[in-house]
Design a protein around this ligand. Sequence first.
Ligand SMILES: Cc1ncc(COP(=O)(O)O)c(C=O)c1O
Length: 387
Amino acid sequence: MDPLLAWRDEFPILSHTTYMISHSLGAMPRRVEDHLRSFTTTWATRGIRAWEEGWWDMPVTVGNLIGTIIGAGEGEVVMQQNVSICQWVVTSCFDWSGPRNKLVTDGLNFPSNDYIYHGLERQGARVVSAPSSDGMTLPVETVLDLIDEQTALVSVSHVAFRSSYLQDLRAITEKAHSVGAMIVADLYQSAGTVPIDVRALNVDFATGGSVKWLCGGPGAGFLYVRRDLWDTLRPSAIGWMAHEEPFAFEGGPVRYARDAFRFLNGTPNVPAMYSARGGYEIINEIGVPAIREKSVRQTQRLIALADDAGLRVNTPRDAARRGGVVILDVANGKDVARELARREISVDYRPGAGIRVAPHFYTTDDEVEHTVNEIASIVHAAVTSTS
Ligand SMILES: Cc1ncc(COP(=O)(O)O)c(C=O)c1O
């Protein structure tokens, strides 16, 4: 008996949907309704006092629940609204007009990150992308070879959104540091499904969000910054919360807060942090190692079933190089995904990759089998009708 299945009752959607899409939107925990009610009750009954009774500190107190998932210390993670904002904050810590102006980005990075990096070219940044020859994998040497004395920042997706390729963060961090560069790791597709310890890896920055494996819903991104760098970093993408004395309402240049508040901007997304807490609590309670163990077993099974059914697998077969998703590259993938939705199986389709299928800790082995069988039956029926 799989002990993680005891969590199924906590996720209402599982009673009527085969939910294989936690890489895109994790299922909502039942307790989120209570947490959101607690937000409205607090607002209704405490009014303005709610700020000093918890709301103001939520970017850090909620961030602490992420900290225990990714290996950060107390007070080292701040909540933002999404990864795009986190990446703006990180890149705003650098002077792109000087001789050390190179930004190395991995070729499997999420597009918003690249959009932000190329925007920095106006300020003098030289953006160099490490190419993936097959659109699925990115051998670590390809990234390492681009990192040199002119590099200010290296940006790596820990797990690629398109192929689930799991990158070697340790090797990249060591190389970046050996030439005096910093690294930002995007953990969106790993936090909550692949164990990660940002302090042990010594990454300088990490970003991520709540929508996917953390089952926290939209509007709550997170930013980790290495504590010993705080004093030296002067982000320009900030707001009044980043000031040492925000309620002094001083104009002029900012006097930075001495803690991780210096990476914040304006009024935080309070309701999103209430809802996100529900998912974080559950992931903390289960522990990522147990989630990963099950994920490796079920993704392995999914690949074996796909092979048996003659479906093309577009994901690394080595579990050590694979995140929590298996991508199946079938003809007319978009239509197949639509037909699966009609059959109450939630997956998604990404152009250039295929159908993304993701079991999570609440998935049964029968659901894994059912999903592959249904994909195979749709694909084979289409082949038969056109031949
Ligand atoms: C790896 C990765 N990074 C970033 C994002 C985008 O994050 P946000 O919408 O929070 O900016 C995604 C969303 O799918 C993602 O998969």
